[in-house]
Design a protein around this ligand. Sequence first.
Ligand code: KIV
Length: 264
Amino acid sequence: MIKNVRDFYKKKREKSKISMVTCYDFWSAKIIAKTSIDSILVGDSLAMVMHGHPSTLMADTEMMAFHTSAVFRGAPGKFIVADMPFLSFRKGVAEAAENAGILMKAGASAVKLEGIEGHEDVVTHLIQSGIPVMGHLGLTPQSIHTIGGYRVQATEIDEKKHLAACARNLEQLGVFSLVLECVPAALAAEISRSLSIPVIGIGAGSDTDGQVLVLQDMLGMDSAFKPKFLRTFMNGEKMISEALEQYASDVVSRKFPDESESYS
Ligand code: KIV
């Protein structure tokens, strides 16, 4: 299990794959805490998954800290990465440090920042302040309006070169790990090989140093969400619906509670 950033480097050196899932709440964190999952991401995807917003742009630092502290209470032993939300690191170094500090005090072990261009100074400052930083390149959902939709990134040669250069720059700035989202598998493999920090992929093929998935996606909680990269490990939506229907039916038919479930 990963306890600190050194374990990330160790896993990379030992070619041992890193497993990461998102988590946004106390009770899921308690379940994850008992598993061999290496690390938890309190992703800003929580704005969509937990709050029903149309994009991650609606997450703010207060929302991220609220969920991070719940996850920390449920899984205090896990390495927790918290996303720095939209614009929270784009208004200068001081405000970025303030916001990162709020997430660290809520229980994060590290923060994740999307992109690199225009906030290189923030990445450096946070690391120099003792805050481990994870990078995030490829499909960066906070830029969805400039990207123009959720789709595979870096498909053209110049885009591939640019992405690889950004990844190298992030490594040089000192990030301890990098998420690559929705990029061609061959490009992700090449970047993973060329960096000494671990690359965690989502929709980036099998040759990265680790994988991350949104917990609710991998548990099949939304049957309508079926991107190509997603594997569902159970049919959560069906199982939960069936359990709820069974409960409703047992209440209506007076099968629940029975004598063993009642106090004498
Ligand atoms: O917010 C999130 O869930 C993420 C993952 C998709 C990597 O950033």
